[in-house]
Design a protein around this ligand. Sequence first.
Ligand SMILES: *Cc1c(COP(=O)(O)O)cnc(C)c1O
Length: 392
Amino acid sequence: MGKYAFVDAALQELRDQGLYNTIRTIESSVGAWVVVDGRRVLNMCSNNYLGFANDERLCTAAHDAINEYGVGPGAVRSIAGTMSLHIELEKKIAAFKGAEAALSVQSGLNTNLATIPLLMGKEDVLFTDELNHASIIDGVRLTKAKRVIFPHRDIAALADLLEENKEIEKKLIITDGVFSMDGDLAPLPEIVEAAERYDAMVMVDDAHGEGVLGSHGRGIVDHFGLHGRVDIECGTMSKAFGVMGGYIAGPAPIVEYLRQRARPFLFSSAATPADVAACIAAIDVLTETDEPVRKLWANGDYFTQKLEELGFDTGESETPITPVMLGEAHLAWDFSKRLFEEGVFATAIAFPTVPKGKARIRVMLSAAHSQEDLDFAVEKFAMVGRQLGVIS
Ligand SMILES: *Cc1c(COP(=O)(O)O)cnc(C)c1O
């Protein structure tokens, strides 16, 4: 019985419950194909929606930034870590999003940790969708505000809860823009209407909408034409943008307050020059052309249609996130393992990430996929689906 016996027990419990995750290691850059365990496999599970993760223009920008600015800022943003690159990125994000101002932080997770506890105190009330991302949940946990969790995308329930809490002066509704496990969208126009009736603020985490929804991938607010009616948009540069970093876009006073007091901004070092320069390049590319966004959607539509023709259940997705619903966790694990043997890397997702009985393979389409790649994947899904009795 050692000091760490409790850890051994916890790990054993994960193994016993079939929840122990064997993490695969990528041995190449992240493109349509990746090298895993020495094998080249078709990548259908990274969030590299636009194929930017190894895009030459972004890589060149990163190299140039290292040559000019070095590899690290050596300080937090508020002391000596703010470089001209960070300011340039913030201006570009604000312009791209059509927001008054923007703040860049190190990651999408940090956007929620920065914003939610700063805006909401113990006298206030927060309304949060039950399926919101873990980083929103953690941001909410850092506040002393009253928490009200509303059923997934349920506007009637949200309206009732707003009514019940209408005496509380400061209210904030927080939702994911695109829900990452099912690919469905928040009913943002209805949320905004309800918020306006009760004078509540709205914050949307657009991590999976960025680069995917709206004109040139400007995100969910642009998609629904809600500019000026959503108070705060936050998001990440780690998915469609293929790099790393988070941003918060919104009214200038809120962004200024974050700059003065947000803890990830004050107490964690600034993003590196290479990352920031690559993010700037990503926005420049997308501002100039929407070609990768259109390719992404065409790939998503094609793949979903082919899988449905084969008899697969692809859920309720409204985006290029394509869940292939399988039900029991062990079937999803087996399916993913068989796909991998056939050269397709697509991970299984099961409880606790999704509800019990709703295990699936979550396929992430990308603009990087060619027609041949998609046909290869469809062929392998068909083959494994028949072998495992999922389709006939
Ligand atoms: C992925 C994700 C994040 C985290 O972004 P990182 O940049 O990887 O930290 C935050 N919110 C949502 C909704 C996400 O899907």
